[in-house]
Design a protein around this ligand. Structure first.
Ligand code: AMP
Length: 291
């Protein structure tokens, strides 16, 4: 049965009992308003661990001034119903004042990585993400933590934090779950009107085009980005925040596309900022020379 835990003391106690019983712990950090994307992580966690802990915490530290912190959907009761159905063991739902008491002033800073892609238009965002994830890892002490590729930069940053700070948590990044037409599921999709939802398909269309171009042997990033831009600008309500093709580890923009590079974009549809990405498969031709 799903156990709801809201205090730091209680989650520490619960985790202590799991550890004493030598049970492995899978952890899925979320901000709630759960959808099939989150549930895909939960299901994988269930398959691979003895116990599964999901956190639901709308983390104030990762929202900038003028962003949607107060507006962000909070659907805790419905979320718990979904987690119960998935047979999750614990949902950790702390309150902000307990996570960030008066005087709190420590944060995790990632040179370079946090200023690229989304970090440019959301200064401080990834510092907030890295800090809360580290705090949650310290409390939950998971064996494996599950993240979505949908937030690609987040997965890169968390892997970096884990490696740099020797955290010993196995990080798994799982594929993006999409609606039938291709729109990546997101708790923020609820902000979109019906027309905007249709317009939002331009993100996916642009990413599909990148893969098509890569399949056709186009390697020049500028040429590919030009095509993406055209597709997105074709849609009236869309305003590009960034589009980029980057190295999957450094997040630096590439000029020649290689297998495994990531095409990433952030686009405003009306007032809603959406992100998406694709990991590029670039076909490599093998020539077998017969002697
Ligand atoms: P959030 O609640 O938005 O912070 O997301 C919690 C976790 O769910 C993050 O690791 C996200 O990357 C992941 N996630 C969000 N949307 C999707 C999706 N459409 N498919 C797969 N994972 C997702």
């Amino acid at each position: 049965m799903l156990q709801v835990i809201t205090s730091i003391e209680d989650i520490k106690q619960r985790i202590k009992t799991f550890k004493e019983d030598q049970l492995s712990i899978g952890f899925v950090p979320t901000m709630g308003a759960l959808h099939e994307g989150h549930l895909s992580l939960v299901r994988q966690a269930k398959e691979e661990n003895d116990k599964v802990v999901v956190s639901i915490f709308v983390n104030p530290l990762q929202f900038g001034v003028g962003e949607d912190f107060t507006q962000y959907p909070r659907t805790f009761d419905d979320d718990c119903k979904l987690l119960s159905k998935e047979d999750v063991d614990v949902v950790f739902n702390p309150k902000a004042p307990e996570m960030y008491p008066d005087g709190f002033c420590t944060s995790v800073v990632l040179e370079h990585l946090e200023d690229r892609l989304c970090g440019k238009s959301r200064p401080g965002h990834f510092r907030g993400v890295a800090t809360i994830v580290l705090k949650l890892f310290n409390l939950i002490n998971p064996d494996i933590a599950y993240f979505g590729q949908k937030d690609f930069q987040q997965t890169v940053i968390i892997k970096r934090v884990v490696a740099d700070l020797n955290l010993g948590v196995n990080i798994k990044a799982l594929p993006t779950i999409r609606e039938k037409e291709g729109l990546a599921l997101s708790s923020r999709n609820g902000y979109l009107s019906e027309t905007e939802k249709k317009d939002a398909l331009c993100l996916y269309k642009a990413l599909i085009r990148v893969q098509e171009m890569a399949n056709a042997g186009v390697k020049n990033a500028r040429e590919i980005l030009g095509e993406m831009e055209k597709i997105i600008n074709n849609c009236k309500s869309a305003r590009i925040d960034y589009i980029s093709i980057v190295n999957p580890e450094t997040l630096e923009a590439v000029s020649e596309v290689q297998h495994g590079d990531v095409a990433a974009l952030a686009v405003r549809i009306g007032k809603t900022r959406l992100i998406d990405n694709i990991i590029l498969m670039v076909l490599i031709a093998f020539f077998i020379l017969l002697a």
